[in-house]
Design a protein around this ligand. Structure first.
Ligand SMILES: [Fe+2]
Length: 240
């Protein structure tokens, strides 16, 4: 009996103090997240002030990415990282001259080269923020293609982080379906066909399937708005 007590008491107190520590770590993590999310919202407000189209685009890309991530059964941690990566993927466009960013006609070769720098700029902006290393690299690689013909590094297949492969699909889909002053957006079904057509070359074929099936489930809900948790805000689905 005595022997048991000797062993039981420290074991119980150790367990309790470990639990207490785990609680503190969790609390710190939550506080860090709150600060990061506040910083995220502030930076995104700056993007909205500079270029409201890219701001809205980033929110829709986050929504489309989360739909795909849900279909891919990503963990809660992976979904959180995907959401942050998607809302920040084009943050480097803050550094793109307005004349290039908002040009209604086709970009010249030189302008296209300037435009192509934005993933690297996103990465430069994000990489030094502690805890944002993966988010920075997901933003950097969101124009890499599945067949290795993308930029900036020409990574291919699994070399490209899953989040970056998802964001490319979401990004392209939004670019095709959103209405701009100079052209009308494509209907969803036409854009789905385009994604299928470029599966295996531009896009990860498995993720295209997941995106489309997720989007079809979303359509059945008949909602006009979507919610982005980190922004603590609802946005309209209509990309006009
Ligand atoms: Fe981009």
């Amino acid at each position: 009996m005595k022997k048991n007590n000797v062993f039981e008491l420290p074991t119980m107190s150790t367990a309790l103090s470990l639990l207490g520590m785990a609680g503190q770590v969790e609390q710190l993590k939550n506080e860090n997240r709150k600060i990061s999310e506040q910083a995220a919202r502030t930076i995104l407000k700056a993007l909205d002030a500079k270029d409201s189209y890219t701001y809205g685009h980033s929110m829709r890309v986050a929504y489309f990415s989360l739909v795909t991530g849900t279909e891919a059964q990503l963990s809660a941690e992976e979904m959180y990282e995907l959401e942050l990566s998607a809302i920040f993927h084009d943050i480097g466009k803050i550094g793109t001259p307005d004349a290039v960013l908002n040009k209604p006609s086709r970009l010249s070769e030189e302008e296209f080269l300037i435009m192509k720098q934005h993933p690297e700029k996103s990465w430069e902006i994000l990489q030094d923020y502690q805890g944002f290393e993966k988010i920075a690299s997901n933003a950097r690689f969101h124009h890499e293609r599945f067949d290795g013909k993308g930029y900036p590094l020409g990574l291919k297949g699994d070399e490209i982080p899953t989040a970056a492969r998802i964001i490319l699909i979401a990004d392209t889909f939004d670019a095709m379906t959103s209405t701009r002053p100079y052209r009308k957006g494509l209907p969803y079904e036409v854009a789905f066909d385009e994604l299928i057509q470029f599966s295996g070359t531009q896009f990860d074929p498995q993720l295209v399937k997941m995106f489309i099936s997720g989007m079809k489930k979303e359509a059945l809900k008949g909602e006009e708005e979507f919610f982005i948790p980190i922004m603590a805000k609802k946005f309209t689905k209509n990309a006009a």
